[in-house]
Design a protein around this ligand. Structure first.
Ligand code: RIB
Ligand code: CA
Length: 312
């Protein structure tokens, strides 16, 4: 079977970086057409640089594009307090050899989707949805060329991680999230209810550390830094590995439990801005626009991640 064509749209971020590594290690299943960066955890100039650094570390010759530096409506917020001032604290920063493409990420997404008239493309956003929503708004003709959008974002019972009501990716650009979730294409959304189960415990990180390659070592370094904030906040046994769950879903969907639900985004109230209202029990007649991923085989996930990181 031919590998599935994907575009990863991200805001590296340590967990975005691990998602990139997992995808890069899976060429039989995934054809990465390009990596598009968006402002999120840290400003765009750093997220695009960080994405290119991961290509160098993985020795992957992939095109990297810079996208939107600001959300569609709201002022930008970022998360250096979690990810560090570089966005990927835990490893030494270097100037990557992988070049930044001249084309804007939104134009790349549009051009690539329209050129793929035979095989539709899966979009894998692991940051704010600004690039994806802007592409849809600018040229809705891309929609039939989207196979599926597999998103890390939102929360249901877990509550928010940036505000009491909102998960960071959705909060940064709730208007973009509203556009994407209502675009009419198949969407799989995995929020904090799932990713907070995927904890990078010391034992799991140690297994990765035994792999002895540059990518695994970088992963250990980044997770060791990323670890400190969440473990203190949640008194958990490790930091949740949010973004790699999207790629793992593409590789081994049987590890996940999902349910078709309506998910609506709060874009008015400042109190609950960016909230994902997940109608899990179908108490409304709103359209079931999302496959809500709510559970995962965590050991199966880390077996997959460790096996793939061993390939570098
Ligand atoms: O809330 C978790 C999400 O926000 C992850 O994608 C993390 O990288 C940050 O972008
Ligand atoms: Ca991210």
């Amino acid at each position: 079977m031919a590998p599935r064509p994907i575009i990863i749209d991200c805001d590296p971020g340590q967990d975005d970086a691990v998602a990139l590594f997992l995808a890069m290690a899976s060429p039989d299943e995934l054809e990465i057409l390009g990596i598009t960066a968006v402002a999120g955890n840290v400003p765009l100039a750093l997220t695009e640089r960080n994405a290119r650094m991961m290509c160098d570390l993985a020795n992957s010759q992939l095109p990297v594009f810079a996208g939107c530096a600001e959300p569609m409506v709201r002022d930008a917020i970022s998360a250096e307090y979690i990810h560090g001032e570089t966005g990927i604290n835990g490893i030494d920063v270097f100037e990557p050899k992988t070049p930044l493409q001249d084309e804007h990420a939104v134009d790349f997404i549009i051009d690539t989707l329209l050129s793929k008239d035979t095989v539709p493309v899966t979009l894998v956003p692991t940051g704010p949805l600004t690039n994806i929503a802007t592409a849809i708004e600018r040229n809705p003709a891309i929609l039939p060329h989207i196979e599926e959008i597999v998103i890390m974002g939102g929360a249901m019972r877990e509550g928010g991680n940036r505000t009491p009501s909102a998960e960071f990716n959705i909060l940064v650009d709730p208007h973009a999230a509203d556009i994407v979730l209502n675009c009419g294409r198949p969407i799989t959304l995995m929020g904090l209810d799932l990713t907070h189960k995927v904890l990078s415990t010391e034992e799991r990180v140690a297994r990765i550390g035994e792999l002895n390659n540059a990518v695994a070592d970088a992963t250990v370094g980044m997770l060791s830094f990323f670890h400190r904030y969440d473990t203190e906040k949640y008194s958990s046994q490790g930091t949740p590995l949010h973004d790699p769950c999207t790629v793992a879903y593409l590789l081994r969907p049987e590890l996940f439990k999902t349910k078709d639900c309506n998910v609506s985004i709060e874009t008015e109230s400042e109190l609950t801005m960016g909230h994902t209202a997940v109608d899990f029990w179908h108490v409304t007649d709103r359209p079931r626009n999302v496959s809500w991923a709510f559970d995962i085989d965590v050991d199966g996930f880390y077996d997959l991640l460790t096996e793939r990181l061993a390939r570098f």
